[in-house]
Design a protein. Structure first.
Length: 289
């Protein structure tokens, strides 16, 4: 499964020691993570794994065993169910000790944090800005729904309860996560759609996440990667429009004008920022996880 994931078109792949591993198999699974990080071809992707949450008995051994055996080859660790900045402090302190012990550069191993409960969302701004190690915030819709006692039949899917609410039920949580991530200079990634056979549901979920500013989305099955990459990648028309906007604005600036009209639309400094964002994404896509 790891080899299949690494051979896919996903922009990033993480190895999971949390929900994907039964309690009796967690100690042995750490060895699989070490082997995969050290020996497999990640095709230029960052090497990362998801540890167990800090409210379990496994988390500190996850970090110790993986870092001691594969620290030099590891880029980042995903921390699930982050509820407060102190959670990241505990992880960062242990990482620092392991880096020093292993002769690694302090701060080398980055942190990606999952916001997936009520406490985490309340403290999201403090979490996002707590440590320079943090590069990414992830939204976990399943555990978040459980934390709020929201009824949901399938993670990430639209159901009758969505129809009962006049809007998108996760809008506040998702927009807040994107906002605090951007304020901290971090990426924001949306969680998965569990029903990997529902292509239209996945496409709709991707469109909502991209419309709010997310950089990409989790996939739990290789069949989902194509749609996620397609929705989160700028279209040919978007790229052409952005190139036209940039060119027109630069020409106007050279002539001493602060604003210009392109195809009947006013273009100003905000327009140029949005256009350059589109061009940046087209050159460095970060979509399917």
């Amino acid at each position: 499964m790891v080899e299949k994931a690494l051979a896919s078109e996903a922009d990033a792949v993480f190895l999971d020691l949390e929900d994907a591993v039964a309690p009796d198999g967690k100690a042995e699974a750490r060895k699989d993570v070490v082997r995969a990080v050290r020996e497999f071809d990640w095709r230029g992707r960052p090497t990362l794994f998801r540890m167990n949450a800090l409210d379990t008995r496994w988390w500190y051994r996850d970090l110790i065993e993986v870092l001691e055996e594969a620290g030099a080859a590891l880029d980042a660790v995903i921390v699930p169910k982050v509820g407060r900045p102190e959670d990241l402090h505990a992880v960062a302190v242990l990482l620092y000790g392991l880096e020093m012990s292993g002769g690694l550069e302090p701060g080398m191993v980055k942190i990606e944090a999952q916001i997936e409960n009520a406490e985490g969302l309340v403290n999201a701004d403090e979490i996002a800005g707590f440590t320079d190690r943090l590069t990414t915030l992830h939204f976990g819709p399943g555990d978040f729904a459980a934390s709020l006692r929201m009824p949901m039949r399938s993670i990430g899917a639209m159901d009758e309860w969505d129809a009962a609410y006049p809007g998108h039920r996760f809008h506040y949580a998702m927009q807040r996560i994107v906002t605090v991530a951007r304020a901290a200079g971090a990426r924001a990634l949306d969680g998965p759609v569990a029903d990997y056979g529902d292509e239209e549901g996945l496409r709709e979920s991707c469109k909502i996440a991209r419309s709010l500013g997310f950089d990409g989305k989790w996939c739990i099955h290789p069949a989902q990667i194509r749609i996620v990459n397609e929705v989160f990648s700028p279209t040919k028309e978007e790229i052409e429009w952005s190139e036209k906007v940039v060119a027109a604005y630069e020409e106007a600036n050279a002539a001493g004008s602060g604003a210009v009209s392109v195809d009947g639309q006013m273009v100003d400094a905000a327009s140029i920022k949005m256009a350059r964002n589109t061009l940046d994404v087209s050159e460095r896509p970060e979509t399917a996880y």
